[in-house]
Write a protein that binds this ligand. Structure first.
Ligand SMILES: [Zn+2]
Length: 291
């Protein structure tokens, strides 16, 4: 599932490539993904709206449109958004360049926004769990509160003091579950939770109340550092995630523990990476390097 770095990559691509463009038409063969409106109403409301800005809170994308509306998109398991330029017949596809749009993973297009300047925004989603909803831009804050979406992990407001305050509010919670809970901190999912705790040297099954001051600081700093690096590397493509040009990210090349169970620990401690279920999802760790 796309986490904060993957969604951030998409949002920054949007601001570079489609900000300022106008939606001329919307098409869908899976209207169940649209929440709070029928396909017809959604199509009518989308038409002739200009894309003013893309922004992100946790794993949520908000496309602010003209007339005070925002489109909220959640990618869930396999959703990803592709920006294409519709080639005119006289203009042939550039040969020699990899055309990622041809990749199998990018073939599950269920929704298309037709934009001016011959561009389209196409939503590929194999599992079809992604959702979208139109809301009033001024009601985004209210919506986030209703959906219990916690503080964004890369927000400037997410400081060490704030992290300590959140940990203290859930003393009995296991840190491996705490990091994944979107109602507390939003943006961290399965991949980055394991990587953060490995970098911090803390076992996922530790209770928050057992974490010492320096361990809390290590987890906090590892969170910021790993998410920042993952954004720079345009996210992790361990399965379906692709950026807006259909290309994979690169953070999977530097993963230390995620999906590396049974392999030797990269810190050469002599131990092996272990895997166990925590909050229904696998967590990966080294029992020697993490205390
Ligand atoms: Zn180790």
């Amino acid at each position: 599932m796309p986490e904060l770095p993957e969604v951030e990559t998409i949002v920054s691509d949007f601001n570079k490539k489609i900000k300022g463009l106008t939606i001329t038409k919307f098409w869908s063969d899976f209207p169940s993904a649209i929440k709070g409106a029928t396909l017809l109403k959604f199509q009518r409301e989308m038409k002739n709206k200009k894309i003013l800005l893309a922004q992100r809170v946790g794993k949520n994308i908000f496309l602010n449109l003209s007339d005070g509306k925002s489109l909220r998109i959640h990618l869930r398991m396999t959703g990803h958004l592709l920006i294409k330029i519709q080639e005119t017949r006289s203009k042939k596809q550039t040969k020699g360049n990899t055309n990622y749009f041809d990749d199998k993973v990018n073939q599950y297009i269920h929704h298309i926004w037709y934009l001016d300047k011959n561009k389209t925004l196409e939503f590929s989603d194999l599992r079809k769990f992604a959702t979208m909803r139109l809301l009033e831009t001024k009601e985004i804050e209210k919506y986030l509160a209703e959906k219990k979406i916690g503080i964004d992990a890369m927000s400037e407001k997410f400081t060490l003091a704030k992290f300590n305050e959140l940990l203290d509010a859930k003393p009995k919670m296991l840190i491996g579950i705490f990091l994944l809970d979107q109602s507390i901190i939003s943006g961290i999912g399965n991949i980055y939770r394991s990587e953060i705790l490995f970098a911090a040297g803390v076992l996922p099954e530790r209770k928050n109340e057992s974490l010492k001051k320096d361990e809390r600081k290590k987890i906090f700093l590892a969170t910021k550092k790993i998410l920042k690096l993952a954004i720079e590397m345009r996210g992790t493509s361990d399965s379906d995630y692709r950026d807006s040009s259909g290309a994979p990210g690169h953070f999977q090349e530097v993963l230390k523990v995620y999906r590396r169970d049974k392999l030797p620990c990269p810190e050469k401690c002599g131990g092996k990476i272990l895997r166990k279920k925590m909050a229904q999802r696998s967590v990966f760790f080294c029992a020697k390097c993490q205390k």
